[in-house]
Design a protein around this ligand. Structure first.
Ligand code: CUA
Length: 364
């Protein structure tokens, strides 16, 4: 008697299940096609990006049908088995497990997850692999509130730092990432790779830059909330053809670690040897990423425009603004964005050189 009832219910359910399956299949196809057509990410600026984006596509193909299946079962159940007036006190039929169903809903997801984990591991292993021929460029990345600095080893082993990142097309680049103060996160979305910059330790990742069309400059951003200026901690990564990169590197090395970076406006017409040291301090502490200073080719607008703000200020004021930036805050700017740590991070002699330089180039 009961078995007959159940068979009867199964029969009335069958059209609903078939309809739901057909609708679900159509929804899955539309979902997968849309998921693959949507441009989720910026241009692929590294060979790693190809592999990561392919992995993303596979995840879309696997997860959309599962989402549709779950949503369909929920919607059908709510419509088909909802409580109707007069059924408030009724219990559902007593069900005691369904071994076949339970085995299926355990083993299928488990198999899928293990397969995806294995694939993810293969992709990760592949994108982190060191190049066979040890022709790898090393760039040290230093995060600091609120700028990135990039340290290269130029010709003759001479080290120099820049505030713009330059990398050669098609050659593996390994980044050694660290921080001078708090947690930051070194991220170039076009490369798809990111890693925390942690004070006291060095983290790493490598990419092989790839040019996409004529667009060869990508944003470098900080992906870890690190203070008031976090959103401004943005710079630029340039991908150069290998020969052009080598020329650039050789030139920077020759300059004896001179005022590199600052938007490529190194060289500084008319800076006397007297102020050259200060100009270098300006460049190597990332001042250019926040301030405008025409002599240094800096056009930052996070902090005051130094050409204007310092025009009528004396050396004592300039020095105070560097070591104790909260003492006087220029109108229209917020206290606390400029780090208060330069007084202890920059050597006294370098601070004096910086003050001298700033004073000489802003007092016309
Ligand atoms: Cu550095 Cu956010």
């Amino acid at each position: 008697m009961r078995a007959d009832m159940e068979r009867g219910r199964d029969a009335t359910l069958r059209p609903t299940v078939i309809r739901a399956a057909v609708l679900g299949a159509i929804a899955s196809i539309i979902g997968v096609v849309l998921g693959l057509l949507i441009n989720w990410f910026p241009a692929q600026g590294s060979t790693q990006a190809d592999k990561i984006d392919t992995f993303w596509d596979v995840l879309i193909i696997c997860s959309v049908p599962i989402f549709v299946l779950v949503a369909t079962v929920v919607v059908v159940s709510v419509i088909k088995f909802r409580m109707r007036p007069g059924e408030e006190d009724l219990d559902g039929p007593p069900i005691h497990g369904n071994t076949r169903l339970e085995v299926m809903w355990t083993s299928l997801p488990a198999t899928l997850l293990i397969a995806l984990c294995a694939y993810a591991y293969i992709v990760l292993h592949d994108i982190e692999k060191a190049p066979a021929k040890g022709n790898e460029l090393h760039v040290k990345v230093i995060g600091q509130q609120f700028t990135w600095q990039f340290e290269y080893t130029g010709a003759g082993g001479k080290k120099f730092t820049t505030t713009q990142l330059y990398v050669p097309e098609g050659r593996s680049v390994k980044f050694d990432v660290t921080s001078k103060d708090v947690l930051h996160d070194f991220w170039v979305p076009a490369w798809r790779m990111k890693i925390d910059a942690v004070p006291g330790i060095t983290t790493h990742y490598r990419i092989t830059p790839k040019k996409t069309g004529h667009k060869v400059a990508y944003p470098v951003v900080c992906a870890e909330l690190c203070g008031l200026g976090h959103a401004f901690m943005r710079q630029t990564a340039h991908i150069l053809p290998e020969q052009e990169f080598n020329d650039w590197l050789a030139k920077q090395g020759q300059a004896g670690g001179g005022a590199a970076g600052g938007g490529g406006a190194a060289g500084g017409g008319g800076t006397s040897p007297d102020t050259a040291a200060g100009k270098q301090v300006f460049a190597s502490n990332g001042c250019a990423s926040c301030h405008t200073l025409s002599d240094a080719g800096a056009s930052g607008n996070v902090g005051p425009d130094l050409d204007k703000a310092l025009a009528t200020r004396d050396d004592a004021f300039i020095k105070q603004s560097i070591v104790d930036p909260g003492a006087f805050v220029e109108k229209g700017f917020q206290n606390g964005i400029m780090p208060a740590t330069y007084g202890k991070d920059i050597k006294p002699a370098d601070i004096d050189a910086l003050v001298k330089y700033l004073s000489s180039v802003t007092h016309k």
